[in-house]
Design a protein around this ligand. Structure first.
Ligand code: SF4
Length: 327
């Protein structure tokens, strides 16, 4: 049974928002602009949870981070899997997908010239060839996990955004599928390894974030959250519930309150963990004997729109890929 068939077979009545939460219809001229106190993306919220100082370096100081082959490969594979669905269903073959890899790399290189540094020490092109071949493997694995000829996504790489109690929640969703019954499935591709148990909750944090945003936008709780781990050729699925997303929303509000307090005090503490191994900021982190730059007092602690807005975030995330794949 295909994923879509499974989803259809599991279909129950959509979960809808309680009637009392429905917004009264307001004429455009009467509609007041909501006051926005800040914004969060899954990556930025996760940064703060992982290490407040890391959040500061990325979201307030906006310090660039070095590109990595793993993250760049993840970006390319995401682009290929997005464009695959531009083709007619019958043309969505492994060969067609592999043929998109090199052009996607060239396009990315044209957009981000600094990526040329990844293979600056490879005049013969051997490393580049091996790297592109590894992307072939990830794309091939995708076809072991899904049959794209039987899928017609509702959206791909969609920026979703909603304001909840003044907090703007935004992020890019790799793919949204909708069944004939109207059930939503949120799909995210990971090019890193399947996270070990301790990191599974972190991966689901991102998916719950998307589920919450879609629920608040559409009034329907997504039926399934699906993480596709291309390196491991495995998937992880999860069925969220409304009450759980309500708690998650409260968690995000609490994270934002903590960010606001830290910003007011200009105090973002390091939180050393094993993830430090993948952090670019040792030289300015007190946990490693470094000194942070002066706090930019004019800064507003505002999160961006996830990895596509900040290449550096994507880079760091994929460097963490072995233990917490963000792509
Ligand atoms: S090295 Fe570790 S403690 Fe320091 S900023 Fe990076 S993640 Fe935080």
């Amino acid at each position: 049974m295909s994923d879509t068939e499974v989803l259809l077979a599991q279909t129950a009545q959509p979960v809808v928002l309680p009637a009392q939460t429905a917004q009264p219809e307001v004429l455009p001229a009467q509609a007041a602009q909501p006051v926005v106190i800040g914004s969060l993306s899954p990556s930025r919220a996760s940064d703060f949870k992982t290490c407040p100082l890391l959040y500061r370096f990325r979201s307030i100081d906006r310090i660039p981070e070095a590109p990595s082959p793993a993250a760049t490969r993840g970006t390319i594979v995401h682009a290929v899997l997005q464009r695959l669905f531009d083709l007619p269903a019958s043309a969505r073959t492994p060969a067609a997908a592999r043929a998109m890899i090199a052009p996607a790399w060239q396009q990315l290189l044209a957009e981000q010239a600094e990526l040329a540094s990844l293979f600056a020490d490879d005049p013969a092109g051997d490393q580049l060839a091996a790297w592109l071949q590894s992307a072939d493997g990830l794309v091939d694995n995708y076809f072991q996990l899904e049959d794209p000829t039987r899928l017609e996504p509702e959206s791909r790489e969609e920026l979703v955004e909603v304001i909840v109690d003044g907090l703007r929640l935004r992020g890019y969703i790799d793919r949204v599928d909708v069944t004939a019954a109207g059930d939503l499935r949120v799909v995210d591709y990971k090019t890193g390894s399947l996270p070990r148990e301790a990191f599974e909750a972190k991966a689901l944090f991102q998916m719950k974030f998307y589920a919450l945003v879609l629920w608040r936008l559409r009034g329907v709780v997504p039926r399934q959250l699906k993480l596709i781990y291309l390196a491991d050729c495995d998937t992880l699925t999860y069925t969220p519930e409304a009450v759980e997303l309500e708690r998650f929303e409260a968690t995000l509000q609490a994270i934002w309150s903590a960010i606001s307090r830290a910003t007011a005090r200009a105090e973002f503490r390091p939180n050393p963990s094993r993830l430090c191994d993948w952090c670019d900021h040792h030289s300015r982190c007190p946990a490693f004997g470094g000194t942070p730059p002066p706090f930019p007092t004019e800064a507003v602690a505002e999160s961006g729109a996830d990895r596509r807005e900040s290449a550096s975030t994507s880079e760091q995330a994929a460097k963490i890929g072995d233990v917490h794949a963000d792509q």
